[in-house]
Design a protein around this ligand. Sequence first.
Ligand SMILES: Cc1cc2nc3c(=O)[nH]c(=O)nc-3n(C[C@H](O)[C@H](O)[C@H](O)COP(=O)(O)O)c2cc1C
Length: 326
Amino acid sequence: MDLSVNYLGFKLKNPIIIGSSGLTNSLDKIIKLEQNNASAIVLKSLFEEQICAEFDRKSQTNEYQYTEAFDYLNSYNQNHSVDEYLQLIEDAKKAVDIPIIASINCVSDSNWISFAKKIEAAGADALELNIAILPSDSKFSSEQNEEIYFKILEKVHRAIAIPIAIKISSYSSGLAKFVQKLDWSQYVKGIVMFNRFYCPDIDINNMKIVPSAVFSTEEEITTSLRWVALLADKTICDIVASTGIHTGEGVIKQLLAGADAVQIVSAIYKHGPEYIKAILEEITTWMKENNFNSIDDFKGRLNSKNIKNPSSFERIQFMKYYGSIE
Ligand SMILES: Cc1cc2nc3c(=O)[nH]c(=O)nc-3n(C[C@H](O)[C@H](O)[C@H](O)COP(=O)(O)O)c2cc1C
């Protein structure tokens, strides 16, 4: 049974990548994930603010001229972050054979970009950019928001030679066109759909804004499933499905929709790294039952190009569906 897939130019032994999170922030955890058959890992993101604060700290000569805010950021950074991150990349590359994908969480094309070179020099196999822009400011059109993505990507692409993936959100007024533009730009080799952002909720008893659940549920798979099915056959770059993938069945669905690989986080937090093996077993059993010998035998079989009724994935008001509920 051949479970291998291609992602960012690497041959992965199976489609299960462990996504950026606290699951990948130490060498011990990374080794354990590899031992349990993760095919690649995305390191916990470094934040643009962390990199910029470190950059500013190092570029100052007189430490005492900092403002209080700078002191705060400095002490935060001195404790961990930037140098440790590079060290983790180096150590992980020595300790495991699977691709190590670094990750930066960014919102602008500011002076953190030179840091991408250091990530490359430390040995990272690829860089995933988690560009987090909420289109909530009515002063900016969707084109203006998108311009920020392309400015960042253009600069990072110029700075490094390792493959770049972009992790996007579904908050876009023209998602299909945006993904097409990313694909055509040739700045990225992979698109991760989608990030699951922190979301505020309201506690009506205490009249307070509170965070919603940190972990996804299985039901959340449908947003990325729809968009993977609609867009995977239209892009040259690789598409990775993310959010709500909790079982082998979830992985199979995303592969049928056309994903090249998947990223899993919440399910591994919930069940531990050993769960990767259970997911792989579920996939293998299903492949045997359906006489598939490789992922390529069924990848994309149910994407919008290959199904009889492509509008199934475009339908958002479904009379029959709602009509049957009295
Ligand atoms: C505790 C936790 C920490 C996370 N940290 C990051 C991060 O640093 N960078 C990032 O791009 N995504 C981060 N994520 C988002 C995950 O990579 C992933 O996109 C999200 O959890 C959806 O996948 P899932 O449904 O498999 O959990 C984090 C998620 C969790 C639960």
